[in-house]
Design a protein around this ligand. Sequence first.
Ligand SMILES: [Zn+2]
Length: 296
Amino acid sequence: MVGPPGSGKSMLAARLPSILPPLSAAELLEVSMVHSIAGQLSGGKLSDRRPFRTPHHSATMAALVGGGFRARPGEASLAHHGVLFLDEFPEFSPQVLDALRQPLESGECIIARANHRVSYPANIQLVAAMNPCRCGMAGEPGHSCARGPRCMSDYQARISGPLMDRIDIRIDVPAVSAVDLLRPMPAEKSADVARRVARARDIQRDRFAAAGLSDTGTNARCSTAMIETYASPDPGGLQLLRDAAERMKFSARGYHRVLKVARTLADLDGQETVGRIHLAEAISYRMAGERLTAVA
Ligand SMILES: [Zn+2]
């Protein structure tokens, strides 16, 4: 999420667990084991709400992906089956951010030691928020950065291309004006959204279970070979995807990630086939970031 301070990015992120389905018994067990190893199971209290972790941007690599004395799990593992929210994304050290690539790809954090390795699960949903530039107001009407356009490009370039490539949904969160506060838009309640999410998750679980892939569970966890089968678009969608991939120079990873998002959008619609409209939406979420990279 890219937007000026006060636009509600943190609030949006914090609401995400409220629309996710509760942890299953098996997930709850895994989550409590990781928290117990990290010494964070206070009073033995268990909750079926998905973890929501918000490490500060000064976090070290060990704090984020695990390690240090006793090779404790890091925030990415404490967020297992839940949400890892990184606010002020470009303020994290670039090395620390790049260490996230592995868990985002494989769903686990591996801590290598001289004579052994430790692996902790880290199947996470990464949510990141940033201001458009260091002073926070680039692109806002009537504002001009003291450092000119470089203020925005230098700041956004702190996020490496390979890390950006792993972020599927990129959105601009504009400033909230006084008029918006006086006349709020009609909003859907979290409980209603949660029901739609649960339905889409059920469709995905059934799809992978029927194929004997119960471990996969969600489109996000689906292998690239399988997603081409399950998200095979209609002809109009395929043409759109090919054009976009060529024009925007998608990486192979980017291509498959767009397919996964489109599959999920079709699941939310209860549609068997991924259509042009789902692909158009999925591509638009990736485009916002391509614009960012182009500026950088
Ligand atoms: Zn600025």
